[in-house]
Ligand binder design. Structure first.
Ligand SMILES: C[S@@+](CC[C@H](N)C(=O)[O-])C[C@H]1O[C@@H](n2cnc3c(N)ncnc32)[C@H](O)[C@@H]1O
Length: 215
């Protein structure tokens, strides 16, 4: 596996923050009906296809992997942070969680019915993102779906913007720019959900979840 500096830094930062992150986000879907809605739609389109497993890439403590499993998907999680994977295994002993990098997945070509990447690309330097999107395409079966979540740039004409994430350096993307990168990787946009920030949110960023399909 090629080790990038950004990935080493992200892994170390999430190893340190893992317990706090798990505590903060364990029940976060409960108060997020729109997130549950798009995860539900993702689960339905994946289940309607032929192929089997769904990988939650950058799964953190595994709460969303478990949500997908509860929706009936054969879901498993992968994360760069061993501490996150340990917490995920403890919380969900019936599910499979592996340490790994989204840039070099230990998954055969075309094996997956679905890929979920929920705020896990945010720490990827923009120059490295195209290779990760090609990796998502490689592991998806034809007709398989990707649901990818990220924060939007304030100005849509800016393709990317750095922001000071609490755990590790992070990036936002313009939704159109990211949709273009997905297209170049062979993934066609099916739908996107853009949530406006709530007054109580610490960061006033739009949150984007983009559903795409491998042709
Ligand atoms: C903001 S958290 C999101 C966790 C979870 N997806 C969620 O929705 O709460 C980002 C996670 O992605 C993981 N991550 C970031 N870059 C990664 C990479 N290149 N490969 C694997 N995991 C990565 C981090 O270790 C961290 O657990």
């Amino acid at each position: 596996m090629v080790e990038h500096d950004a990935l080493s830094a992200t892994r170390a930062a999430y190893d340190t923050a893992a317990a706090t992150y798990a505590e903060l986000f364990r029940d976060s879907l409960r108060d997020r009906p729109l997130d549950r809605a798009i995860l539900g739609a993702f689960a339905e389109v994946v289940a309607a296809g032929e192929a089997g497993e769904v990988a939650d890439l950058g799964c953190g403590p595994g709460h969303v992997t478990a949500y997908l499993a509860d929706l009936g998907l054969a879901a498993f999680g992968v994360d760069a942070s061993p501490a996150m994977i340990e917490l995920a295994r403890q919380a969900h002993p019936d599910l499979r969680f592996e340490v790994g990098s989204m840039a070099a997945l230990d998954i055969a070509d075309g094996e997956l019915g679905g890929v979920l990447s929920r705020w896990s690309i945010i720490h990827t330097p923009p120059r490295e993102l195209p290779a990760i999107l090609r990796e998502f395409h490689r592991v998806l079966a034809p007709g398989g779906h990707l649901l990818i979540g990220f924060s939007a740039t304030e100005d849509p004409s800016l393709p990317t913007q750095v922001f000071d994430h609490a755990v590790a350096p992070a990036y936002r993307w313009s939704p159109d720019h990211l949709a273009g990168l997905l297209r170049k990787a062979g993934l066609t946009e099916v739908a996107r959900m853009v949530c406006e920030p709530q007054p109580t949110d610490r960061r006033q960023f739009q949150e984007v979840q983009l559903l795409a399909r491998r042709a």
